[in-house]
Design a protein around this ligand. Structure first.
Ligand code: FES
Length: 175
């Protein structure tokens, strides 16, 4: 008999974990759902983090080494990007209709990077997600892990400029 699934807390209070939890529940927290669950994490957050891999591993009772192996083996998975700041533009249906492509263009114009890229100075990484579970806020963007809604091109450009002009964390740490 399988052990009863204990309640494991997600890595953070972020509401997007509900989407991931729902997917795991639908599959009865069975290990075979690993790839599908990792897809859901990436579609919801834009990329995979070590915390996310550990959470999925514990929830599905799969060794962390296997989850890490799967996440790094398949090219369609992206581990946390190298940028000091991250901007994840939701391109799910609701956000797409409300202007996500225009927002992506605005970042491209302001920072000179396309989706999946990081600026040469390492300040900003631009990613996309398929639905953040906040469609009422469309178009939605996640700036450094915080979901923000009703984003305009002006807002996103302003935020991007702030990131690009910010002092790097490494410089600050050496003061
Ligand atoms: S489509 Fe963007 S939050 Fe759902």
């Amino acid at each position: 008999m399988l052990p009863t699934q204990k309640t494991i807390s997600p890595p953070s209070e972020d509401k997007r974990w509900k989407i991931v939890d729902g997917m795991m529940r639908r599959h009865g927290h069975e290990p075979y759902a690993l790839i599908e669950v990792l897809h859901t994490v990436q579609e919801t957050f834009g990329f995979l983090t070590d915390d996310a891999l550990r959470y999925v591993a514990t929830s599905l009772r799969v060794p962390y080494s296997r989850v890490y192996g799967v996440a790094t083996f398949y090219h369609f998975f992206t581990m946390k990007p190298p940028g000091e700041h991250t901007c994840v533009v939701c391109t799910g249906t609701a956000c797409y209709i409300k202007g996500a492509p225009v927002l992506l263009n605005a970042v491209q114009e302001a920072a000179g990077i396309k989706q999946g890229e990081t600026t040469p100075d390492g300040k900003l990484s631009l990613l996309t997600a398929r639905c953040l579970g906040s469609c009422g806020l469309a178009p939605a963007v996640v700036f450094d892990g915080q979901v923000a809604g009703k984003i305009t091109t002006e807002t996103i450009k302003k935020r991007v400029r702030t990131y690009l002009e910010s002092e790097t964390l490494a410089e600050g740490a050496h003061k």
